[in-house]
Write a protein of this length. Structure first.
Length: 353
């Protein structure tokens, strides 16, 4: 199988790394087309995955995002015409969907972000098949197939990932001490336009509020001010999931990192107005996440819930029990996804259904 992957975000690297490695192990060929965002190219390099850099950013303004959309539609199409893949694989990348449609190649994607409305509007017309979690809140029509899994299980299922304390000790991370992680996003994604999060004073207030429970680390996409710099998480990108696995708690504006923590058995707070089926189920069914989508004081309410959790001495053990139940009920997605990619690649655009 010859497959082209699109990577627009670090989460996409994590998600498709096991798939890329398995295709290579089976004697296939992979070409990865990347847009630089939040260290995704650094991750690709750390995993030894060659890539073609197609854009130096994902764009901060609507105008520049529009320019990138047109430019990348052309660039992805050129790469597909030149390399002649059997299939194109990724998330809801409208540029990749366009290229696959023009080149008459099947396009298989997995998407769990309901608010990517522009991308999904194009993909449900031009893509071949769209896999989503069973809990996905939107109906994408006949090309959608719901699978009882989460995106995070592509790369955090026990079959492909084992948390390793020693890996963190080797980089002098204090994994044997109690610690918490606060995650703040940059608010520059297309679905973040018009939204904003905490300012510096609000972030510092959270840090100080949680310090009585352990050491506090901060991951901030928007960069660090002088006041927040001492709390910066500086482990290599590839070790972030080991950090999440051994944290006492994760407080996150981003759904991906909150969900990653939850499927690893670490309780998480998700604080963002964006609603998703995955975060709702991790909260309502498994109790591994608390979701705060509404209210002007959602950050304060989330902090109060975090304190209630952290005062429970059995929190870690309860997280492990909840994770065991989750894994028993969810599909190990990698084998399923590779089998579907292989089927579509052999069928071609016309034969796929």
């Amino acid at each position: 199988m010859k497959a082209i992957f699109a990577v627009h975000h670090p989460a996409w690297v994590h998600q498709f790394r096991p798939i890329i490695q398995e295709i290579n192990a089976q004697g296939g060929e992979v070409r990865t087309l990347a847009m630089k965002k939040d260290g995704d190219t650094t991750l690709l390099e750390s995993y030894g995955i060659p890539y073609v850099l197609c854009a130096g950013s994902t764009g901060a303004s609507v105008l520049y995002k529009g320019f990138l959309f047109i430019m990348l539609c052309l660039r992805f199409t050129w790469e597909a015409l030149r390399w002649k893949p059997d299939i194109m694989i990724g998330r809801a990348s409208p540029m990749q969907a366009f290229a696959a449609w023009i080149c008459r190649k099947p396009h298989l994607l997995y998407e769990d972000t309901e608010v990517s409305k522009f991308s999904l509007r194009i993909c449900k017309r031009l893509s071949t098949k769209i896999l989503t979690p069973r809990t996905f809140l939107s109906d994408l029509g006949p090309k959608q197939e719901r699978v009882d899994t989460y995106k995070e299980l592509f790369y955090l299922h026990p079959n492909v990932f084992t948390p390793d304390r020693q890996a963190l000790r080797d980089v002098d991370f204090p994994v044997d001490e109690p610690y918490l992680l606060l995650r703040f996003v940059a608010w520059n994604a297309s679905h973040d336009i018009g939204k904003r999060g905490l300012d510096e004073a609000g972030k510092l207030a959270l840090v100080r509020r949680f310090q009585k429970f352990g050491r506090v680390f901060v991951s901030d996409e928007s960069g660090f001010t002088e006041a927040l710099r001492p709390y910066a998480l500086e482990t290599p990108y590839a070790l972030i999931h080991h950090v999440l696995a051994f944290a006492r708690l994760v407080y996150s504006e981003g759904a991906t990192m909150a969900s990653e923590a939850a499927v690893l058995g670490t309780h998480a707070l998700y604080v963002n107005t964006i609603v998703s089926g995955t975060t709702q189920e991790l909260s309502g069914r498994y109790g591994l996440m608390a979701v705060f989508n509404d209210g002007a004081d959602r950050y304060g309410c989330a902090a109060q819930r975090a304190e209630e959790w952290l005062e429970n001495p059995a929190l870690d053990a309860e997280g492990r029990e909840k994770r065991t139940r989750l894994l028993e009920e969810k599909v190990d997605i990698n084998g399923y996804f590779i089998a579907e990619a292989d089927r579509l690649a052999k069928a071609g655009r016309r034969g796929a259904s």
